[in-house]
Design a protein around this ligand. Structure first.
Ligand SMILES: Cc1ncc(COP(=O)(O)O)c(C=O)c1O
Length: 434
């Protein structure tokens, strides 16, 4: 059996081999050797309840996904320049999940469906490609994002990811808008206020001679502190963006594939149809598959004029995983589970928060929940208390993290098969940690 001393030895070797660019979670890092369902296991066989990871969205090492991958890897794995059945079947199936009668927010072709799909390996690549398409389609270069957005790691998307901090400066054609407060506003008022912020950003770009290409937003505003509500606040922003000749890009890397419970896609909660939707993380339950869907008017000219080949993007093994993920979401009713268990968890966390000034706000959609941690004396956001809770939960073998501009928002985002009994285990650990 390997013990704690082995974990510290592994930390030392890892730091020596990987250098300074890598971070570990928790004051006492955890070492895992196996995963199953909503649990991860350390070398001693201890089970950790995973209330954090959204990539293994249908559950760690789901047998259906694992066997689809193994079968395909033993049969055929080539790139997208040959005809294969799986890619086209999956693209059609994925596009069908985006068929939605969302209200048009104005502008030419606003009602036409999202009817084209392209595949990449990561969410960053999907956003990078979306920005290229938007700039090609509009002739503009300006991009608007939220003030603490995260959209990925390539040069183009890092400069539209202000949450990376001052060492990764925003590009000259990037403008930010503050995220809405997330509570206490009626949907119409929130939508109008947010739309006005976006309009001000468009005007500022214009004043600097920059034409808008796109507004890019995570449909749950995760890194802005998890702001799903009021549903509809993104709608007015889309109208403003379209009127300015720009495209609305919904980043569904966090919100997609049933996470919000009520809908398959986060943008659908807001009653809008984006011009481009980017996807990733849970798409292959851990296999590197990501991509985008778009309206043909947006994509087709780019496709004709620009050669885009992504060697591993959409390969048959990754597509087999992605297909199995859709099967499992449907067959195991994971969207409904996300809505039901997410609702229960939010209600029970709110009950724990009542009478505890430490927890100032509980919000979320489905199994994506954010909880504000504040200094009980002053009411100011407290990243140190949030971190103490995250580490206390880890000591009780329950995994969560913290996010938001101040780092004080508990981020609770388990795999979707998280059941009522798991929620109760989580709540026990949280109440002890508090
Ligand atoms: C909203 C959002 N967009 C894009 C990305 C980038 O995805 P990837 O890490 O697969 O490149 C992330 C990753 O955390 C994300 O949260």
């Amino acid at each position: 059996m390997r013990g704690v001393s082995d974990a510290s030895e592994l930390v030392r070797r890892r730091e020596s081999a990987l250098g300074t660019g890598y971070r570990l979670f928790y004051e006492r890092p955890v070492h895992f050797v196996r995963g199953e369902g909503v649990y991860l296991y350390d070398p001693e066989g201890n089970a950790y309840l995973d209330a954090y990871n959204n990539v293994p969205s249908v559950g760690h090492c789901h047998p259906r996904v694992a066997s689809a991958v193994a079968r395909q890897a033993a049969t055929l794995n080539v790139h997208t320049r040959y005809l294969t059945d799986g890619l086209t079947d999956y693209a059609e199936r994925l596009l069908a999940t985006h068929a939605f009668g969302g209200t048009a927010a104005g502008g030419a072709g606003a009602d036409s469906p999202l009817d084209r799909a392209m595949f990449t390996c990561t969410g960053s690549e999907a956003n990078d490609l979306a920005l290229r398409i938007a700039r090609h389609c509009t002739g503009g270069t300006g991009i608007i994002v939220t003030a603490h957005a995260y959209h990925g790691v390539t040069a183009a998307v890092a400069e539209v990811s202000p949450s990376l901090g001052p060492n990764v400066p925003a590009g000259p054609h990037v403008r930010t808008v503050p995220a809405p407060p997330g509570h206490g506003t009626r949907p119409e008022a929130a939508a109008q206020a947010f739309g006005e912020q976006v309009a001000a950003a468009v005007a500022d770009l214009r004043a600097h001679g920059i034409t808008l290409a796109a507004f890019l937003a995570d449909s749950l505003l995760s890194s802005d502190g998890v702001i799903p509500d009021p549903a509809g606040f993104l709608f007015a922003a889309q109208r403003v963006v379209r009127q300015a000749g720009g495209l609305y890009i919904a980043d569904e890397v966090q919100a997609g594939f049933g996470r919000t419970g009520s809908h398959m896609w986060g943008y659908q909660r807001h009653g809008l149809t984006p011009d481009i939707v980017t996807m990733g993380k849970p798409m292959g339950n851990g296999l590197p598959v990501a991509g985008l869907v778009a309206r043909r008017e947006v994509l087709d000219d780019f496709g004709r004029q620009v050669r885009y080949f992504n060697t591993f993007g959409g390969n048959p093994v990754c597509i087999a995983a992605a297909s199995a993920v859709l099967d499992v979401i449907e067959e195991e009713g994971l969207r409904a589970n996300s809505a039901a268990v997410g609702g229960y968890l939010r209600a029970e966390i709110s009950r724990l928060a009542a009478g505890r000034p430490l927890l100032a706000g509980v919000r979320g959609a489905g199994l994506y929940i954010g909880v504000d941690v504040v200094d009980p004396e002053t009411g100011a956001p407290s990243p140190s208390l949030a971190s103490a809770i995250v580490n206390a939960m880890r000591d009780r073998r329950v995994l969560i993290s913290a996010t938001g501009p101040a780092g004080n928002v508990l981020k609770i985002r388990p795999p979707l098969p998280f059941g009522r009994a798991h929620a109760d285990q989580f709540l026990d650990a949280l109440s002890q940690s508090l």
